[in-house]
Design a protein around this ligand. Structure first.
Ligand code: SAM
Length: 286
């Protein structure tokens, strides 16, 4: 990514969560009131414009129009939130959000009231997020920002310096990030996650399987690569992700994708091929 500019893909996914929060999704009962508040200009203006325009439409018609593109974000977020709640119920008292972007979990999940949260992200993205999150009340027990460039720095050292306790069971979330990283950065980060994990710690890693880019998806691909300079270079198969996670010393518990989440949360089956290839793998430190 562009080292001097906050990630634009992190803004795009927060924008989609904001639209889903407004009901422009086929995913029932999704809520993320933080997403809209974290949006920078011009996305905030675009979001407000869409809100005004869709209020004039019949709600079902508006939902149908946005649902195919928007749904995958609330689905992956709902699934990660469910895994997070389970890990906290099993005793994890630290949460590390890797490549946090405009993640609002520390400000919106009451289940984190007893949990210390570390948000790790590229320095350029994180500096901007810190400013945007200033007005949001903290719901988690504590929130610490840890700037790390996964391509050039080691996570372990930065987290220890920030007060992370490796003896405490931890839940790690890595949502929507691996597709932007080199194989070396993914391997180094997984090794550090495992090395810092007490037994019983959980990792929820989101990744995307390789596949053909359809003609309809090409403009979006150009936006990632040519416009915002965040090329999606890190697609990997389920076998590769499993091997990498297990090589690092974690045991894979389960793996699910867009179709599974749609069935679980009562949403229409996703149809956009790229989105159908997105998956969440859950692993545990033995
Ligand atoms: C699509 S956003 C996802 C943000 C957030 N996890 C979410 O799902 O809303 C990708 C994130 O990966 C981060 N990222 C990309 N390359 C990175 C790097 N080399 N080091 C640290 N973070 C990186 C970006 O800063 C951005 O926050």
């Amino acid at each position: 990514m562009n080292a001097r500019r906050p990630s634009q893909t992190s803004v795009m996914v927060a924008f989609l969560r904001a639209l889903a929060h407004d009901g422009l999704t086929g995913v029932p009962s999704f809520s993320d009131p933080t997403a809209r508040k974290l949006l920078p200009f011009p996305w905030s203006t675009l979001h407000a414009g869409i809100r005004r325009a869709t209020r004039r439409l019949e709600p079902e018609k508006a939902r149908r129009r946005f649902s195919p593109l928007v749904d995958i974000l609330p689905l992956r977020t709902l699934h990660i939130d469910e895994e997070l709640a389970e890990a906290v119920a099993r005793g994890c008292r630290q949460l590390v959000i890797l490549g946090a972007g405009l993640d609002g979990r520390a400000h919106r999940l009451p289940g984190l009231a007893g949990v210390t949260v570390f948000e790790v992200d590229h320095p350029a993205t994180q500096a901007d997020k810190r400013v945007r999150a200033r007005g949001l009340p903290l719901v988690a027990h504590r929130l610490t920002y840890v700037p790390v460039d996964f391509e050039h720095e080691r996570l372990a050292q930065r987290l220890r310096e920030a007060g992370f306790d490796p003896s405490a069971p931890t839940v790690w979330i890595w949502e929507g990030v691996t597709m932007y990283l080199t194989d070396a950065a993914i391997a180094a980060t997984l090794a550090d996650v495992s090395g810092l994990s007490a037994p019983g710690s959980r990792l929820v890693v989101n990744y995307r399987e390789p596949g053909e880019v359809t003609a309809a998806e090409r403009p979006m691909r150009w936006w990632f690569t040519g416009r915002v300079k965040e090329p999606q270079i890190g697609d990997r198969s389920r076998d590769t992700m499993t091997r990498e996670v297990e090589t690092a010393g974690l045991k894979v518990l389960r793996d699910s994708g867009g179709g599974d989440w749609a069935a679980r949360y009562g949403a229409p089956e996703p149809t956009v091929p790229t989105l159908l290839r997105t998956r969440n793998m859950v692993a545990e430190k033995p």
